[in-house]
Design a protein around this ligand. Structure first.
Ligand code: UDX
Length: 436
């Protein structure tokens, strides 16, 4: 089966490469000539473990190709995926659908065979109706159906998530749409991944509801962590204790500096906008957004406390380990590290940092932070070392070397990756999140 993927960003590229790996014939399309040139040369536009070799092997086998020409790329494709960005619109938080609609029109104008058009981009409820109208308005003579198929992959684990999903959600009321989508996902069907067929609007809402629910889970446990600190309890044990209840489940209950990334912040805001438009308030999600926003700066204040308080901290130095919003990505979007660094800088603290993949992207976002070549260079003469992102490289730091390198043995662990007793035994003043 031939599949066209319009948009070779994060979702488009991972999905395209995985579909090719399943044996489909995939063309990834992107307007950005330099991105396509680089992909031809095997250079990935994003950092995602395993993606380069997956792209390379499928290009070599001839099942995966790249082009800037939409009309060429979609020729003969039975399924045309729209996987372009839907950023938050400046000012109002609505998802910006300009690219989705432009692509829909271009697809309609260039359709040369019957095809199913699939929105994989995260789009608000009702977008599928609009995409369908736009394509119909181009006057195409070919049969088409517009299907919603949201993507649930996590950065850093995207290939595994794509190949072994908890579920595949397909939103369509159209028989042709259903038939083609069954074919698209046949290899996963054989893997026994559950496929849920629902109507299109429901499918669009499922994506937002899933992300908002996960954001809520994280925010809930973060507030429990704050309470744990006050009452002298341990949030990791609280997570375990509640997570063993099958109705709650153990995942997404790691307390930390607040969620960031390209999805949760943007999608929760967009959901709020949809709720507002339909006059159906989602007050829980409203609270989640507010609590998570304020948490990021609160984590900066936690570091100031470790430096002896606002007055004492001025002129001291803090080393941040990890800048990306989570490990195994170079993504800095809405990363808590940005707010933590800014809070420290505003308080007159000198900040150095190290991140295994994110420093190039982080530099312009935090120009006052000194980027360092390795963790120990960042730690040099620091009055406090802060673990902001739980990269594996920070899980087994040489505490003796750290103590010798830093000015003061103070460790603030915003991801709870160390055992308090061990770090204290090594002579550190240690604080973490929600542990007594
Ligand atoms: C998320 C969804 O998981 C994915 O299904 C959707 O398609 C896109 O958004 P992603 O943004 O890649 O994926 O990252 P994820 O691993 O979900 O983490 C999101 C944020 O939550 C990160 O900042 C992470 O550090 C934080 N988080 C996650 C916690 O603080 N605690 C947790 O227990 C889990």
């Amino acid at each position: 089966m031939k599949i066209a993927m319009v948009g070779s960003g994060y979702v488009g590229l991972v999905s395209g490469a995985c579909f090719a790996d399943f044996g489909h014939d995939v063309v990834c399309i992107d307007k950005d000539q330099s991105k396509i040139d680089r992909l031809h040369d095997g250079i990935m536009p994003i950092y995602e473990p395993g993606l380069d070799s997956l792209v390379e092997s499928n290009m070599r086998s001839g099942r995966l190709s790249f082009t800037t020409s939409l009309s060429e790329g979609i020729k003969g494709a039975s399924a045309i995926f729209i996987a372009v960005g839907t950023p938050s619109r400046r000012g109002d938080g609505h998802a910006d659908l300009t690219y989705v609609y432009q692509v829909a029109e271009e697809i309609g104008e260039n359709l040369s065979n019957d095809a199913v058009i699939v929105t994989k981009s995260t789009v608000p409820v009702g977008t599928g109706d609009e995409v369908e109208r736009i394509i119909a308005d181009t006057g195409t003579s070919h049969k088409f159906a517009v299907v919603s198929n949201p993507e649930f992959l996590r950065e850093g684990a995207a290939i595994g998530d794509f190949k072994h999903p908890d579920r595949i959600v397909i939103g369509t009321e159209d028989d042709f749409g259903r038939e083609v989508m069954r074919e698209v996902y046949r290899p996963l069907f054989l893997n026994e991944s559950p496929i849920l067929f629902v109507d299109r609007r429901t499918s669009e809402l499922i994506k937002y509801a899933a992300n908002a629910f996960l954001a809520t889970k994280i925010t809930f446990i973060n507030e429990m962590a704050d309470l744990c600190e006050k009452v002298g309890a341990n949030v990791q044990d609280v997570s375990r204790g509640i997570g063993m209840d099958g109705r709650i489940g153990p995942k997404f209950l790691h307390a930390g500096p607040g969620y960031g990334g390209s999805c949760f912040p943007k999608d929760t805001l967009a959901l709020l906008k949809t709720a507002e438009d339909y006059d159906s308030p989602t007050r829980i999600v409203e609270a989640v957004v507010k609590v998570n926003d304020s948490r990021k700066r609160a984590m900066g204040r936690k570091v100031l406390d470790a430096l002896g308080g606002l007055e004492e901290a001025r002129g001291k130095k803090a080393a941040l380990l990890g800048l990306t919003f989570k490990p195994n990505t170079d993504d800095m979007r809405d990363s808590p590290a940005i707010a933590v660094a800014q809070t420290l800088i505003d308080a007159g603290v000198e900040v150095s940092a190290y991140d295994p993949e994110g420093m190039e992207i982080a530099k312009p976002l935090m120009p006052e932070v000194t980027m360092c070549a390795d963790p120990y260079e960042a730690i040099k003469d620091a009055d406090a070392t802060v673990i902001v992102t739980e990269w594996d490289a920070f899980r087994a730091l040489d505490l003796v070397k750290m103590k010798e390198t830093a000015k003061a043995p103070v460790l603030v662990d915003l991801r709870n990756i160390y055992t308090p007793a061990d770090v204290r035994a090594a002579g550190f003043e240690y604080s973490s999140v929600g542990r007594g």
